[in-house]
Design a binder for this molecule. Structure first.
Ligand SMILES: [Zn+2]
Length: 340
């Protein structure tokens, strides 16, 4: 058994920022490393896990890919996360590097703390925390605190934070590297604006790099050597000093979707919904008449992408979309009426 610590890279970032795309890119370019991947999704439709398993190969076989769908990884640290990491560490041969994709709502700090536990600390080190941020959304101020509506007087942390701004700030505050995704959509000005917003938010100097379709030299992402578990004080969180946190501001709905005639028409419906109902994220698979392949739908706000991915095989051709929004914005009946 090697006594060298296994490096772990934590990939954080808000819903739809492009974390899975980045992980897939790293899996395709492992630099001779044997990888293991832990993926966590907020809604239990398992889209990200599917996309990642599709990249399994000799350097990262399916046995090295684990999906945790039972809520946010940050809330299940002791019950699920640590046992899963132990399982990955017990693989033969042992992985050279572990990638963790957190759910878009997960707070990275509770995970970092888990690695500070004696049982893990001697065998694992956090090589780096990488935050993926949607350049266009950041530049548009979608994660900005609400200056108009201060929280209730006297309430802890009532400093204009919104549920979105709070998660975003926690993710940036934990990061060693920020990757600005969808830089092409944001344009040069958008990228510059996003960079300013992130630098103003970051508690310490940070590298910020634009990426397109998850593509970046893996040597930039892997091998940072941050040892973040030993550096927790430099990574402030809105929840420091609290024993527990919750994600009650956000909610998920799963909508069953009947077989569709036209993917474009469904995409247009999803886009319209995002505009009328402030939906943050839609993803899932849908059946299309006469097509043996599943249609994968992924939307971030009003940006909808769809493509056929793989055959339904033995599973029933039942379409299902998971929709994530702030609780106050999620009207399940209206969603069902519009989509089903
Ligand atoms: Zn949590």
């Amino acid at each position: 058994m090697s006594l060298e610590k296994v490096p772990v890279t934590i990939v954080t970032g808000f819903l739809g920022a492009g974390k899975t795309t980045l992980i897939r890119h790293l899996m395709r370019n492992p630099q001779g490393r044997r990888l293991a991947v832990l993926v966590n999704e907020f809604g239990d439709v398992g889209v990200d896990g599917d996309l990642i398993r599709a990249c399994a190969d000799a350097d990262c076989p399916e046995s090295n890919i684990v999906e945790l769908t039972n809520g946010c990884i940050c809330c299940t640290v002791a019950d699920e996360f640590i046992p899963t990491i132990e399982k990955l560490m017990a693989l033969e041969p042992r992985p050279d590097h572990i990638l963790i994709e957190t759910s878009g709502l997960a707070l990275p700090k509770p995970l970092l703390k888990a690695f500070d536990w004696p049982g893990l600390r001697s065998r694992i080190t956090i090589d780096g925390v990488v935050a993926v941020a949607d350049a266009e959304a950041v530049a548009a101020g979608r994660f900005a605190p609400d200056e108009e509506n201060p929280g209730e007087a006297g309430e802890a942390g009532a400093d204009h934070e919104t549920p979105l701004s709070e998660v975003f700030e926690d993710q940036i505050a934990c990061a060693d590297l920020v990757l600005l995704s969808k830089a092409d959509l944001a344009g040069e000005e958008g990228v510059a604006a996003a960079r300013q917003i992130i630098l103003a938010e970051a508690p310490r100097p940070l590298s910020i790099l634009p990426i397109h379709e998850g593509e970046i030299d893996p040597r930039v992402v892997l091998g940072i050597g941050a040892a973040a578990e030993a550096d927790l004080a430099a990574r402030p969180s809105h929840h420091d000093g609290e024993d527990e946190h919750d994600h009650e501001d956000f909610d998920t709905a799963i909508i069953e979707i009947p077989e569709q005639k036209d993917p474009q028409a469904l995409a247009a419906k999803v886009e319209a919904l995002a505009r009328t109902q402030k939906i943050l994220r839609v993803k899932g698979h849908v059946a299309v008449e006469g097509k043996p392949l599943r249609l994968l739908i992924q939307a971030v706000g009003p940006r909808v992408r769809h493509q056929f991915d793989r055959p339904w095989g033995a599973s029933p051709r039942q379409g299902r979309l998971v929709v994530i929004a702030e609780k106050a914005d999620l009207d399940v009946d209206a969603l069902r009426a519009a989509l089903a």
